[in-house]
Design a protein. Structure first.
Length: 227
């Protein structure tokens, strides 16, 4: 667990979140994860990927935020980017629906893998509200303190930036709207892309809308392909 014990995180985030790393709740998260590991429990994602979203998308490069809830809790799925899975892992149902909407919205082909690193490298910050989960136990780390940290992350983005596009999908993500200064930023809301939420996500056109907003600000748009 050295990755989290020493908070190996990209420098701009490290500076912006320095106060959070000194808080008692953050020390409690670290202690909890170390104890769980010692007890033989499997935690996802691996320690080196807990802060993958931060390390791939530095704070000053954030253009779009896609907020997820929990890391995937199946073997080899979680990789520290919300909704993303490694190339060799089957594409999850929610991501299939995201791809379907991108296809309908922008006419882009539906990818054959679920690795969204290319988005992250362009300034799409894919944040899960909880950064870890116990294997096969959805929501198992919901109350260990991660939400205090990730709420602070959202506030930092809101304060540090201008004109970021926040994509809030589902009631949980929408509950974070209060953390965002809507005088400075753009909030796009939809039902969750999960099949359990029905087909309400289809037709939201968030991907074309995000690019329109970025273009209007003179920012480089996002290439929503993944290859």
């Amino acid at each position: 667990m050295s990755q989290i014990t020493n908070v190996q995180i990209e420098e701009s985030w490290k500076q912006a979140l320095a106060a959070e790393f000194q808080q008692p709740y953050f020390a409690a998260i670290k202690q909890f994860l170390v104890q769980e590991k010692r007890a033989g429990k499997t935690i996802y994602p691996p320690g080196s990927l807990i802060f993958n979203a931060f390390n791939t998308t530095p704070l000053d490069q954030v253009k779009v935020v896609i907020l997820g809830q929990d890391p995937y809790h199946g073997p080899r799925q979680a990789m520290g980017l919300s909704f993303s899975v490694p190339r060799e892992v089957a594409v999850p149902a929610s991501l299939k629906n995201i791809y379907k909407e991108i296809n309908n919205d922008l006419g882009l082909p539906i990818p054959q893998h679920g690795d969204l690193t290319k988005w992250a490298q362009q300034g799409v910050f894919m944040l899960n509200a909880m950064l870890t989960v116990e294997a096969r136990k959805a929501g198992s780390h919901k109350k260990i303190g991660w939400q205090k940290f990730t709420d602070a992350v959202i506030r930092v983005i809101s304060e540090h930036h201008q004109g970021v596009v926040f994509m809030l999908w589902g009631n949980f993500a929408r509950s974070k709207k209060a953390l965002i200064d809507e005088m400075k930023h753009y909030v796009l809301e939809s039902v969750h892309p999960s099949p359990l939420a029905g087909n309400g996500f289809q037709g939201c056109k968030h991907f074309s809308r995000a690019n329109e907003i970025l273009s209007q600000q003179g920012k480089t748009t996002i290439d929503w392909t993944v290859d």
